[in-house]
Design a protein around this ligand. Structure first.
Ligand code: XMP
Length: 318
């Protein structure tokens, strides 16, 4: 019978047998899958695992610093690479969602490849691929592995992709990954995190991306997500986030007319992201959240709540 403990035991042995004394490189995303994969590999091969955590500048507010700290606290051999500027440059002027995804994916690969080159004698690339990623052509789980897969047919293969692949979670589902993570002693808060797309806030800022828009959306998102947590709603929602719309609308503040940004909040229930229903969040919560966003986030004067289900409305707006 499948139990997380027996899975850990067998997988650790299998990894040791497979990679021996070779060095392994792995891209951490802050998400559940890559984290659990890293902790498993760390248990199996310790210092021969080299983790790389790239800040694409499109993560949630303070996420890069806090998750990097958390990884270090877990004893992982991790290098944080802040490539925010490089991503912003690559995205400059791009408005089309697919072009933005491509630019983000390509930049991620370049940054990761640069870092992988600094390590000598690496033989393996580890990925947090889980079973649903294997059966679907496009991963819905986010993270570096998804980015790599959807872009590895663009141009020539970067060197790190010529490495041999080790995917310890390849045969299991998300709920099993969470149970394995719990057995490994990973912080329940990290294991309970909502899915977050690989391109991050880049596909929640509709149209072109600037540093200022990222800052605005990070503030809005943090108010929304922290609110869900403090109201005990976070774990009842499968995924939540905010979208920065490419329209300004008129508002009044005192005697002044404002002409500022509108944000849309989205919270959905789902099991796998393939279909999703919008969540009936309490009016009082929406009211408080909207007030807080408008009062605290400069540049935003209107908040709307997305009441569309998937299909046809995808979870992300781009
Ligand atoms: P949609 O918007 O298609 O999203 O309803 C379904 C799930 O997939 C995530 N998503 C992505 N994940 N790269 C990713 O790694 C992407 O380009 C991407 N687009 C959407 C989305 O957050 C949701 O969980």
């Amino acid at each position: 019978d499948w139990t997380p403990d027996s899975f850990v035991e067998e997988t650790v042995e299998a990894i040791q047998e497979k990679v021996g004394n070779d060095k392994v490189v792995l891209g951490l995303s802050g998400g559940v899958d890559s984290t659990v994969a890293a902790v498993l590999l760390n248990k199996a091969i310790g210092g021969n695992l080299y983790c790389i955590f790239v800040n694409n500048g499109l993560l949630r507010k303070n996420e890069f610093e806090s998750v990097l700290n958390q990884y270090e606290g877990m004893g992982l051999n991790v290098k944080g690479v802040d490539a925010s500027q490089r991503f912003l440059e690559a995205l400059k002027g791009l408005e089309d969602p697919e072009l933005k995804r491509k630019a983000i994916g390509k930049t991620f690969i370049e940054v990761f490849d640069d870092e992988a080159h600094k390590l000598t004698d690496v033989k393996w690339l580890a990925q947090g691929t889980i079973y649903p990623d294997v059966i679907e052509s496009v991963s819905a789980t986010g993270g570096p592995s998804a980015t790599i897969k959807s872009h590895h047919n663009v141009g020539g293969l970067p060197d790190f992709m010529k490495l041999k692949i080790v995917e310890p979670l390849r045969a299991i589902f998300k709920d099993e990954v969470r149970r394995v993570g719990a057995t490994l002693g990973i912080d329940p808060e990290l294991l309970g995190r909502h899915p977050f797309p690989g391109p991050g806030l880049g596909i929640r800022i509709l149209g072109d991306i600037t540093a200022e828009k990222v800052r605005i959306l990070q503030e809005v998102d943090a108010i929304f997500i922290n609110g869900l947590k403090s109201w005990g709603l976070y774990d009842k929602v499968w995924q939540a986030g905010a979208m920065l719309l490419p329209v300004n609308s008129v508002g009044v503040m005192g005697d002044e007319r404002t002409y500022e940004k509108c944000v849309a909040l989205r919270a959905v229930e789902s099991t796998d992201g393939m279909t999703a229903d919008w969540v009936n969040l309490p009016y009082e919560f929406l009211q408080k959240t909207s007030n807080e966003i408008i009062n605290k986030v400069k540049g935003v004067n209107r908040v709307v709540y997305d009441i569309s289900s998937k299909p046809p409305a995808t979870i992300e707006w781009e």
